[in-house]
Design a protein around this ligand. Structure first.
Ligand code: GTP
Ligand code: SPV
Ligand code: MN
Length: 591
């Protein structure tokens, strides 16, 4: 009898009508073969899918130029399909599943004619982890197939593991005709199914990432009692060699990858990397929170990455232990045949092609690399990879960091007074939008827990789910809020950021160990200037207080915006959060 996988793949092939079906085994040989197809056969927007780069500078690496309209996630075309609108919540676009499927079936009908369908069996998490999930993605893009091999654990063992079971996450993907008019990223959380058409870009097309590991997994986690979060996982080693594990949630393009590979400026400190984007968080046997990274690679923002901002990522990109590394929509330095992006070097190479392959003419508002250009590389290439990365049970978490990108309003750091207060603080997070998604950049929007675009169910219930851990977890982690991005009156960042963020992390580990001071504010606990190691930095008292300034007029606007956002959830928003908001207003305005 044919298995559920065979039947499902057959059904999708009948619909999409590919010329060939190829089952991936995840081997190195296969990756070479697929890259070769991208170099010589398959074309995207008129160019071959891959262009070989200079292996002496970046070994085993390839440049991919996507369709010019397909360069970032498209949140307006991303939909959660549940029978009841309320189950998707006001945080998601919604369509009734039957209607959604009828529309999609028309678009998928025959869309793979003349193409190969790649069947990608993969695990999110290690196969021997109690927290991992087997998945099957189908795609007609060799770029997606190679990317998935870097980002997840692809292998034949997945098919064996699923066997005759019907319990695996299903993803059907086609680049379609790449026309944004016929582009949809549709989720069916009740069926563990994603159908995505019309885009070959990252989070729209590598379905293991935001679609499964966050939207579908968050819905599964709600049902099963765990959390799927847009968070990095790091181990912070102090001079006494003790390692404290943190999670950190920052919205897209707001500093997660950089924090995940932090090279501390403080002597004796080290950061060990376990994940740079997604964490699955479970309650362990000892009652503590444990996190695993379901992914196996980095899909990181290129602009701003350099030997001074993120030296370990530069080393990762030049490490050829695990093959291959992809660059997407970066510029190309013609003289060296190597990728280039704004911020990589102080001086721009003379002979540059822009991200679309055109000769680059310098213009102030026109960067050579796309602002959301990215690299894709195996986590095993990372020199700071934690020994615990491959622990199937994950690592025990002592601190959770949340933070947005705010030029004003939010202090550099504060600690919450309790679990409820921490959940509240994370729920009122706002952040300036970035070029990781196609929308206006730089406008503040509410982005609770950095999950607004990624929570696969009603966020009101998500907040209750977070609150419920208070009574289920022993040794609850401390919750901290950060903002690396506050600006002065001339528009310059006040805080140096990047490697200097280790100063803030040190204060957090000291707070966890109960060995550093703090001061009470309306928002939470902040460090006094003497509580934080600022050695070697030129910070006088005035500049330091600027980082923590709470301005009444800014907070009046902020509180109003939060109230409006909360109201959209109606009855599903937990009452505790409204109470917390009232208490904050009392502290801020005395009313
Ligand atoms: P996604 O992959 O989209 O989820 O993004 P991310 O959160 O991993 O962001 P990433 O670390 O790639 O950083 C995004 C941008 O912010 C890059 O251009 C960085 O150079 C910049 N950045 C990161 N950390 C800091 C910081 O501490 N200060 C400042 N000013 N910029 C930063
Ligand atoms: C993000 O946008 O948060 C990313 C990149 O990590 S993508 O995979 O495209 O979602
Ligand atoms: Mn992300």
């Amino acid at each position: 009898m044919a298995s559920y996988i065979d039947n499902w793949v057959k059904e999708q092939a009948l619909l999409t009508k590919p010329d060939k079906i190829y089952w991936m085994d995840g081997s190195e040989e296969e990756a070479k073969k697929l890259v070769q197809i991208g170099l010589t056969k398959e074309k995207i927007a008129g160019n071959f899918t891959f262009l070989e780069l200079n292996g002496k500078i970046y070994p085993n690496s390839y440049l991919h130029r996507s369709h010019p309209t397909d360069v970032a996630r498209t949140e307006h075309l991303t939909v959660v399909c549940t029978p009841k609108r309320e189950d998707a919540g006001p945080n998601n676009n919604w369509q009734e599943p039957g209607e959604a499927k009828a529309k999609l079936k028309n678009l998928f009908d025959g869309c793979m004619k003349g193409r190969t369908m790649y069947v990608i069996p993969y695990f999110l998490g290690r196969s021997d982890s109690p927290y991992s999930k087997p998945c099957i993605q189908l795609t007609d893009s060799v770029y997606v197939a190679v990317s998935m091999r870097i980002m997840t654990r692809v292998g034949k063992n997945v098919v064996e593991n699923i066997g005759n079971s019907s319990s695996f996450v299903r993803g059907l993907h086609s680049i379609g005709d790449l026309n944004p008019e016929r582009r949809w990223i549709m989720h069916f959380p009740e069926e563990n199914l994603v159908m995505s058409i019309g885009s070959g870009y990252g989070g729209n097309a590598l379905l293991g990432k935001k679609c499964f590991a966050l939207r579908i997994a968050s819905a599964i986690g709600y049902r099963e009692g765990w959390l799927a979060e847009h968070m990095i996982i790091i181990g912070v080693e102090a001079p006494d060699k003790k390692i404290t594990y943190f999670l950190a949630a920052l919205p897209s393009a707001c500093g997660k990858t950089n924090l995940a590979m932090l090279d501390p400026v403080l002597k004796g400190y080290k950061v060990w990397t376990l994940g740079d984007d997604i964490a699955w968080i479970n309650i362990g046997k000892d009652g503590r929170l444990y996190a695993i990274n379901p992914e196996a690679g980095f899909f990181g923002v290129a602009p701003g990455t350099s030997y001074s901002t993120n030296p370990f990522m530069m080393k990762t990109l030049k490490n050829d232990k695990f093959f291959p590394t992809l660059f997407t929509n970066t510029a190309l330095d013609v003289d060296t045949n190597s990728p280039w992006w704004e911020g990589l070097t102080d001086e721009r190479p003379k002979n540059l092609l822009d991200w679309q392959g055109q000769k680059y003419e310098n213009a102030p508002d026109k960067p050579a690399a796309h602002p959301n250009s990215r690299f894709t590389t195996s986590i095993y290439n990372c020199p700071t990879l934690s020994k615990e990365y491959d622990n199937p049970l994950g690592v025990p978490i002592s601190g959770i960091i949340f933070g947005g990108r705010r030029r004003s309003t939010m202090p550099l750091v504060y600690e919450s007074r309790s679990w409820e207060h921490g959940v509240f603080s994370a729920s009122i997070m706002g952040s300036e939008t970035t070029s990781a998604a196609l929308h206006q950049v730089g406008v503040v929007r509410r982005d609770p827990m950095a999950m607004l675009p990624f929570c696969g169910y009603n966020m009101g219930r998500y907040f209750s789910h977070w609150l419920s851990f208070k009574n289920k977890v022993k040794h609850l982690p401390k919750i901290f809020m950060v903002n690396w991005f506050r600006k002065d009156d001339s528009g310059n960042f006040i805080w140096p950021g990047f490697r200097d963020n280790s100063r803030v992390i040190k204060w957090m580990t000291d707070r966890i160990e109960n060995r550093s001071g703090y001061e009470e504010t309306a928002l939470g606990l902040i460090p006094k200037k003497t509580d934080i190691d600022l050695s070697g930095l030129n910070f006088d008292d005035a500049k330091f207080s600027k980082l923590f300034e709470i301005k009444k007029d800014e907070w009046e606007k902020e509180a109003e915006d939060i109230s409006k956002f909360y109201s959209t959830f109606g009855e599903t928003l937990p009452k505790e959060l409204w109470d917390q908001l009232s208490e904050l207003k009392k502290k801020l305005f005395g009313i």
